[in-house]
Design a protein around this ligand. Structure first.
Ligand SMILES: [Ca+2]
Length: 106
């Protein structure tokens, strides 16, 4: 008899095909995880387009374009998931330390 574990799908009951962005895989793919702390901070400042010192939700949605100009925008759902993963203090935006932690955890 098959068990529930055989399904291999997340238990949330959501389709993984859409909204499939995985920041851990992405950070590894672009080599961010191997970069020095200083280089990770440089990337942060590129993504912080308005130089507010934080990556806000709209800037987070354009994350992929910080690495490739013709990349797609993240969906609203993907952006919220990524924000939730990175926003440790719950202020709704990602600071440089939170970004560094997010990369280090990937
Ligand atoms: Ca900003």
């Amino acid at each position: 008899m098959a068990t529930l574990e055989d399904s291999g799908s997340p238990s949330k009951g959501e389709d993984q095909a859409a909204d499939s962005f995985d920041h851990k895989k992405f950070f590894q793919m672009v080599g961010l995880k191997k970069k020095s702390a200083d280089d990770v901070k440089k990337v942060f400042h590129i993504l912080d387009k308005d130089k507010s010192g934080f990556i806000e939700e709209d800037e987070l949605g354009s994350l992929l374009r910080g690495f490739s100009p013709d990349a797609r925008e993240l969906s609203a759902k993907e952006t919220k998931i990524l924000l939730a993963a990175g926003d440790k203090d719950g202020d709704g935006k990602i600071g440089v330390d939170e970004f560094s932690t997010l990369v280090a955890e990937s």
